[in-house]
Design a protein. Structure first.
Length: 109
């Protein structure tokens, strides 16, 4: 889980990213980010309100607006990126789920 604001937080539910209201503890928005019966990887909430999500079964990472869950950009990572970290406004470092390989990719924002 990642605190998004004083009133809500983000949580993952296998293949779906959810925004949960802290007061009511109910899901107020959600978006399935991985197709089929597969899971999303690690996700990070950025200071600008975007969320970086690794998608090991799609071989990429996506940048998502955490308010509307709209996909803003996608960066191919190859392999199965399970972990991802933004190192600049466009650059992302990933670590592969099965091999542990570390690689770099970039968003075309």
């Amino acid at each position: 889980m990642r605190i998004r604001s004083a009133s809500d937080f983000l949580a993952d539910d296998y293949d779906t990213l959810c925004r949960v209201d802290l007061k009511t503890m109910s899901v107020v928005a959600k978006e399935k980010l991985q197709t089929g019966s597969t899971f999303i990887g690690e996700y990070h909430l950025n200071a600008d309100g975007t969320c970086l999500v690794a998608r090991p079964h799609s071989g990429d990472v996506v940048l998502v607006d955490s308010e509307r869950f709209k996909e803003l950009s996608r960066a191919p990572a190859g392999g199965q990126p399970l972990h991802a970290c933004m190192v600049s406004e466009t650059r992302v470092v990933t670590r592969d789920w099965k091999t542990g390989r570390v690689s770099e990719t970039e968003f075309a924002i």
